[in-house]
Ligand binder design. Sequence first.
Ligand code: CNA
Length: 247
Amino acid sequence: MDEIKNVAKILKNSKQAVALTGSGISTGSGIPTFRGKDGLWNKYDPEKFTMEYFMKNPKDFWSTAKNLFLPLINAFPSKSHYVLAELEEMGIIKAVITQNIDGLHQKAGSKNVLEIHGNGKKLKCLLCGEEYEIENFIDEINKNNVPLCKKCHSILKPDAVLFGELLPKKTYLNSIYYSYTADVMLVIGTSLLVEPAASLPFSAKENGAKIITINLEKTPLDDLADYILKGYSDEILDKILNEIKNL
Ligand code: CNA
């Protein structure tokens, strides 16, 4: 409990607090993580989520990918997403850097969200760059047809970053900026096994930020973190918010 109180004080007194989130924050919304017992990689082959596979086998890609991307349409934010949005509204959190592609931070009300792995609810034409909402292609995708651009008829890719694809440049540069300028970084629900996101908290620490991790398990950051809060992010963030409100 003392740890929660201390973290609440640190956040309340911060000038540039930033959150880095991973798939663990969305488990309360019913979206599984990649790794772990119930992780998506136990069900689907990660080899099918490479740029190369998509380009060579778009039909097969979509017949698997639909199981990951279509459920995002009707997902609702978890308590954790709402707490981060409220902390931003209170002027405490300045940015949420997320590896998630589910759009739930924005749905909960967060404004400054850096989606460094893109957004799985959007589709992008690789040829003309036109963007679409995936919900306009549900029937096509469910029929195992490859969604096609309405302008140039080329194949559409989810606007989520596939393995072997570059990160969206401006968003990634912004995430580096926020990591280097943060005085506190909350690192929530990420195994920190995916680069370059995994390095961001180390950059923040190097520049003097206090690091607070919230995770069910150990992470590679534990030796460096100032506070390691073990448990469900929904419960821990709710406690932190209540503590901040009582300060
Ligand atoms: P990961 O490697 O699957 O790790 C998830 C982490 O979350 C683990 O360390 C768990 O211990 C932890 N965790 C799980 N549930 C909770 C919880 N309730 N509270 C606190 N911690 C919890 O996922 P990462 O995000 O680290 O990996 C990055 C990948 C996952 C990115 O490329 C994402 O695009 C991708 N991904 C995103 C989503 C999504 O958008 N919701 C879902 C699945 C995968």
